[in-house]
Design a protein around this ligand. Structure first.
Ligand code: NG6
Ligand code: CA
Length: 509
């Protein structure tokens, strides 16, 4: 079928350089799409992006076979908003309630909303999410862990889901498969609270002697598998995950999914638990990096990537499969557990040359590793084009010949030529979100961080937040480390970017 995809243009003048895509009409294709989404993996955490003290041979291999981006961005410096924008094509800061979701949050994306999964489903794909969800489940008031979990990914275009509801450090520590907690014994129901202690399970605060990994900040509530978490839970004993096995379990599910669906177009959103805290590698990776658990789970993530690409190759699907490897936000060293990440970091720079990290308005928070590979279609190489994950929705629409319904994906633009390496043209601008919804905007060489109150360094994590009561302007081409604020000398650029940001803010449908 030959279809024309014409994405509604919100800011025609501003986005003119991205659109239209060779008159927006191209032959629809339906490669399998595997989106591997790491958690908290830094720009400098993998060897093809310059890491010296840690080797990631599988990621390096896919980078050599594909296109390695040096100027790609997620939309936010934390998980839930980045994932929200990735899946909906809408900036999370436009929607209240899209901040870091608690473990019992209701579905953050309203059931029935158009997502990347529903887009690909309408293009005839079978779709799945395997791994970290962190976008809430169930109705207002939260999910019924002991009954049917609805709404969930299946109400957002995913035919299959095998997920961790929130994060590894939040209760409940169970997998959800489609609409149910996996392995739950009805006689041992799950209860969860983020307000007060419930049940009789020990907590990290009261029984630190029971811990195999101690918190450095927060994370002192219910102990599961020797690790105290955020939140309290009781029951569900037979359903609890074992942290050491999470990578194996979800990677095996992903591999099985690829094998089972090898004969039809599929979309697999494989969102790993690695390298988020608590960092608990399988024994075969423990101690292997020399950098403690944080380094070990980078090796584990690399292994997961290797299993996926090996499966694709063995099934002879490389020419039919677009694989993307990227991360939800930048790196953090101490994110709440005493796991030696700080002590054993050595010379390693998790954010590479970038300043800040997870939570931060500096590029360390939101410029991420991004690799796209598709044998025979994407010419191996490097791209320094300014690219945003939020454009995946419209780019996939263009690829598969689909139209995005009016009002959906308002911030997603068709950037397929850049994704496929046919163009190196920068996105006209992009917006980054950090803590407290502070926004930054990048346009060409310039990055502007809006002023506002707030702490400069997070005491718990040591992250430079990028918060400043003064406007900040950096020339990223000359100063990738955002060291010299040149706002005063370039008032007209500050004015231009302030206005542009305001215009974008006001441009919601
Ligand atoms: C923070 C947690 C942090 C991590 C983060 C979410 C504390 C003190 N810190 O609130 O450990 O869980 O939320 O990370 O509780 S994210 O990558 O999923 O956004
Ligand atoms: Ca994250």
């Amino acid at each position: 079928m030959r279809l024309c995809t014409e994405k509604k243009i919100l800011l025609p003048v501003l986005m003119a350089s991205v659109l239209p895509l060779s008159s927006s009409c191209r032959k629809a294709e339906s490669p399998n799409i595997i989106l591997i989404y790491a958690d908290d993996l830094g720009y400098g955490d993998v060897s093809c992006y310059g890491a010296k003290s840690i080797l990631t041979p599988n990621i390096d291999r896919i980078a050599r076979q594909g296109l390695q981006f040096s100027n790609a961005h997620c939309t936010s410096a934390t998980s839930t908003p980045s994932r929200y924008s990735l899946l909906t094509g809408e900036y999370a800061w436009r929607r209240p309630g899209t901040g870091i979701a608690p473990g019992d949050a209701p579905s953050v994306i309203k059931a029935g909303r158009f997502t990347i999964a529903s887009l690909l489903k309408s293009a005839g794909y079978t779709t799945a999410v395997i791994g970290k969800w962190h976008l809430g489940l169930g109705p207002e008031g939260g999910p019924d862990w002991n009954g049917e979990i609805r709404p969930g990914p299946m109400d957002l275009g995913f035919d299959y889901n095998f997920i961790m509801p929130a994060t590894g450090d939040r209760v409940p520590c169970v997998f959800v498969e489609n609409r149910n907690v996996l392995g739950l014994d009805p006689d041992d129901p799950i209860r969860v609270s983020f307000k007060e202690k419930i049940g009789s399970l020990p907590t990290g605060r009261e029984n630190p002697e029971l811990l195999k990994m101690h918190p450095s900040h927060g994370h002192d509530m219910t102990i599961i598998n020797g690790i105290s978490r955020i939140g309290y839970m009781t029951g569900g004993t037979s359903a609890l995950w074992t942290d050491e096995d999470i990578a194996d379990v979800i990677t095996e599910k992903a591999v099985r999914y690829i094998k089972d669906n090898k004969n039809r177009p599929f979309f697999l959103y494989f969102a790993t638990n690695d390298i988020h805290v608590p960092r608990v590698p399988h024994p075969r990776f423990a101690g292997k990096s020399g950098m403690g658990p944080r380094g070990d789970v980078i090796l584990q993530f690399d292994w997961s990537v290797g299993e996926i690409i090996r499966t694709v190759e063995e099934l002879d699907l490389s020419r039919k499969t677009l694989i993307i490897v990227t991360s939800d936000n930048g790196p953090v060293v101490d994110d709440g557990y005493r796991d030696q990440a700080v002590e054993l970091l050595g010379d390693h720079k998790p954010a590479g040359p970038l300043r800040g990290g997870k939570y931060s308005a500096f590029d360390g928070g939101t410029r991420i590793m991004f690799i796209a590979s598709w044998k025979g279609k994407i010419k191996p190489g490097k791209s320094d084009a300014l690219f945003s994950q939020i454009d995946l929705m419209s780019s996939f629409a263009s690829l598969t010949g689909q139209t995005i319904p009016a009002g959906e994906g308002p911030d997603s633009y068709n950037n397929l030529p850049v994704l496929l390496g046919k163009s190196r043209k920068d996105r006209s601008w992009l917006v980054e979100q950090s803590l407290n919804n502070r926004l930054s905007i990048i346009k060409g060489d310039w990055k502007y961080i809006e002023p506002g109150p707030g702490i400069r360094i997070m005491p718990e994590t040591g992250t430079e937040t990028g918060n400043d009561p003064e406007p900040q302007l950096y020339n990223l081409r000359r100063d990738i480390g955002e060291k010299n604020n040149v706002a005063r000398e370039n008032q007209s650029i500050v004015n231009e970017l302030t206005e542009l940001l305001q215009e974008i803010r006001n441009s919601a449908e």
